[in-house]
Design a protein around this ligand. Structure first.
Ligand code: G6P
Length: 586
């Protein structure tokens, strides 16, 4: 949820840390801070707000030194204020830390350390790491030992980077991401390669349960028992060059517009994995599919597709609910996990529950170096490049692309979908974005938006509602049209907006009838369809395609609508309030 970064090298640390933090803000952005080491002293500056705001208000750039750590926060323990922002210093001020994750036993450890006269300023669980490292450093005077002793006492999921009294950087990884960059100007330790993408091509991916120490003598990696470990240095994939917004006003807009290309690239490099994936599913006795947020909505599309075209039943499980249903999983089951980041804690937890019960794990992921990739038997990549906008857009259609390819390999009935045609239909819809912007102007004052869709379009209605909530903060609800009469119709009046996801297929007449019923109650109808109707107050035209291909195409106008409505409401579409992209806490 938070982003952490450390740098040690031959150029000014703050510049590097600030630009790295800006790139990783998608991980959390309620406060930010930096600590640098120079002249045997650690100096900290931090504050509330986005990195640029904190940079301006505290003059981060004035911090001296070529060694430092930085952080962007998504608050879990303690309010959003300067004291709770990272970096945190130990009570003697000799060690500073930045932390991502949650320390479960911080209260117990805090009490023990307070009795030993170590003091705390913040309400965070993170500050415990600074004082625990300091305590072990005070007793051993050994950086390596103090980290080993600390990680063996911490319970929870975490990654942290610390600056020690001689300027050494020490970091540890336990179920949270941590990546080391090796560049010509120094070493980088970060939550994401985006933290140092401009400065280093060579990377090391430490495993879970490993420690990294970096100083001017070089880099050392070892496990939590102190045993040295070796890792190959690998090259960062070129796709990360996409991590710039270019001429687009926002990452979200850029990512929406990339979709005609990214749907084609999905799963492209992993034909062998796709086939093994498909074969394993074919033979599975029980099939489950899980995900969070947008990824869960893609899972619902998969459920529909496999049943309709392959007579294959898949049970969908919202990842955060899996802990309440451990008995779903046994040795006969296969769990498919969908996740853009591969780091969502809820997804990882669901996967672990299934794995502990003997189930096989297959995953569809964008970040192929993620924790989820490591615990899966087979992973297929979305290959859509970094998605920075917090609200998922291109990763959703890429997930559909991979799901369709796998379904096509195992389903008896042929699924009519041609990704080239889908891609050009997407382009057509994108071409009408200024028309959609006009509709956005009208919905900006709506207090409630309902989205209806039947059959395979119901998951799209859910995804549409999620996009509208995330980007516009308007209450939005996805519904199967048939359910209106069982309750929601009571909510409809002249203040309501209803989006009917209504392509001309087997669901068309049912959805149109629902739209008519709603209109009779005074609500305004936005029809997303390839054919016009007098029922619609607004018609957003999508190209004609076949029933199974519509989901790819019909989500595009809703993403655009949500994006422009966000602009109309003056909210930041890339960084919606209270949210973060990679939710690595449960
Ligand atoms: C967060 C994001 C959502 C995203 C969900 C799942 O909640 O705000 O946009 O859909 O995580 O993320 P994942 O990386 O697991 O697909």
């Amino acid at each position: 949820m938070c982003s952490i970064i450390g740098y040690l090298g031959d150029i000014s640390a703050t510049k590097i840390l600030v630009s790295g933090l800006k790139r990783m803000e998608y991980r959390g952005y309620d406060s930010a801070g930096v600590a640098t080491f120079a002249d045997s002293q650690i100096r900290v500056k931090k504050g509330v707000g986005r990195v640029e705001q904190v940079n301006i208000s505290t003059n981060l750039q004035t911090l001296p030194g070529n060694i430092g750590i930085g952080h962007t926060r998504w608050a879990t323990h303690g309010g959003v204020n300067e004291t709770n922002a990272h970096p945190h210093l130990s009570s003697s001020g000799q060690i500073a830390i930045v932390h991502n994750g949650i320390i479960d036993n911080y209260k117990e450890l805090k009490e023990i350390l307070q009795n030993r006269k170590y003091f705390f300023k913040s309400e965070t669980d993170s500050e415990i790491i600074a004082n625990l490292l300091q305590y072990h450093y005070d007793t051993t005077k050994d950086i390596r030992l103090s980290i080993i002793k600390t990680v063996n006492e911490l319970k929870g999921d975490y990654s942290f980077v610390a600056v020690f009294p001689d300027g050494t950087l020490g970091a540890a990884r336990f179920h949270e991401p941590l990546i080391v960059g090796v560049g010509k100007n120094g070493y980088f330790i970060s939550s994401d390669v985006l933290g140092f993408i401009e400065h280093a091509d060579d990377v090391i991916y430490p495993d879970n349960g490993e420690i990294v120490i970096v100083n001017f003598n070089g880099i050392e990696l070892f496990d939590f028992t102190g045993m040295p470990v070796r890792h190959q240095i690998t090259k960062i994939s070129k796709e990360f060059a996409d991590a710039y917004k270019g001429d687009y006003a926002h990452f979200t807009l850029k990512e929406i517009f990339e979709q005609p290309l990214t749907v084609l690239r999905a799963g492209e490099n992993t034909r062998k994995e796709l086939e093994s994936f498909a074969n394993a599913i074919k033979d599975a006795k029980q099939l489950y599919i899980t995900g969070s947020g947008t990824s869960y909505n893609a899972a619902l599309v998969a459920k529909h597709l496999f049943l309709k075209y392959g007579k294959k039943k898949i049970e969908t499980i919202i990842s955060s609910e899996a802990r309440f249903y451990p008995d779903y999983f046994d040795k006969q089951s296969v769990l498919i996990a969908l996740s853009q980041s591969g780091e969502s804690a809820d997804v990882i937890e669901a996967v672990k529950i299934a794995k502990n019960n003997g189930s096989s794990i297959f995953s569809i992921i964008n970040s192929m170096t993620s924790s989820l990739a490591q615990i899966s038997s087979i992973s297929v990549g979305l290959n859509c490049g970094p998605e920075i906008g917090v609200a998922a857009t291109k990763s959703f259609t890429s997930q559909l692309s991979v799901i369709y390819k796998i379904a096509d390999m195992i389903c008896d009935t042929q699924i009519e979908f041609d990704l080239q045609k889908i891609s050009s239909s997407m382009n057509k819809v994108l071409g009408s974005h200024l028309e959609i912007q006009k509709v956005a102007r009208d919905i900006k004052h709506a207090s409630d938006i309902y989205i209806i869709g039947r059959g395979i379009h119901y998951p799209i209605a859910l995804e549409a509602a999620l996009k509208l909530k995330e980007l516009t903060y308007i209450h939005a609800e996805g519904l199967p049209g048939g359910e209106l009469k069982h309750g929601p119709l009571a909510l409809m009046d002249s203040n309501s907006f209803v989006i009917a996801v209504n392509p001309n297929d087997s669901t068309y007449m049912d959805t149109l009838t629902s739209a008519r019923e709603i209109k009779a109650r005074g609500a305004k109808i936005i029809g997303i369809s390839d054919i016009p109707s007098d029922v619609y107050n607004y018609w957003i035209e999508i190209p004609k395609t076949n029933e199974s291909s519509y989901p790819f195409v019909e989500i595009i106008p809703i993403q655009i609508l949500a994006y422009y409505a966000a602009l109309e409401k003056d909210t930041d579409p890339d960084y919606p309030r209270n949210l973060a992209k990679s939710v690595t806490v449960k």
